[in-house]
Design a protein around this ligand. Sequence first.
Ligand SMILES: [Zn+2]
Length: 150
Amino acid sequence: MASQAFKRVERRLSGARRLLTTDTHSRRMAQVRQRGTAPELAVRHAARLAGLRYTTRNPDLPGSPDLANRTRHIAIFVHGCYWHRHAGCPKATTPRTNRRFWLAKFGRNRQRDRAAVGALRELGYRVLIVWQCETGDPVHLVKQIRRLLG
Ligand SMILES: [Zn+2]
């Protein structure tokens, strides 16, 4: 008897845990950005080669850009192709299950990105978005950053 009741509770709990895991996971991925990822390091390296000094902790700027130079009014985002929906990129897939949930979530991510870029431009910043899939080409990265610097 007791063990059966226990099993029922356990089943309920494991279901709850599943929900919690999905929720926690998506929240973590969406809000707590990973820092110092390989794509980010590649962009930092290219920025140094292009002669751009930068800070990597920028919570005071809209969208907390991955690299910023306040004197030169430069902001650079290194975006993961999946979460930030790189248009036409094979990495920007959509999960088959809970499709509507994911589409809504991705929509909010894109909206947040657009708002950050808009707010930075209003502050007089030039903004560059580097996609994760572009970070394997250092020459291209340096060129992009040099162009941004004008
Ligand atoms: Zn991409």
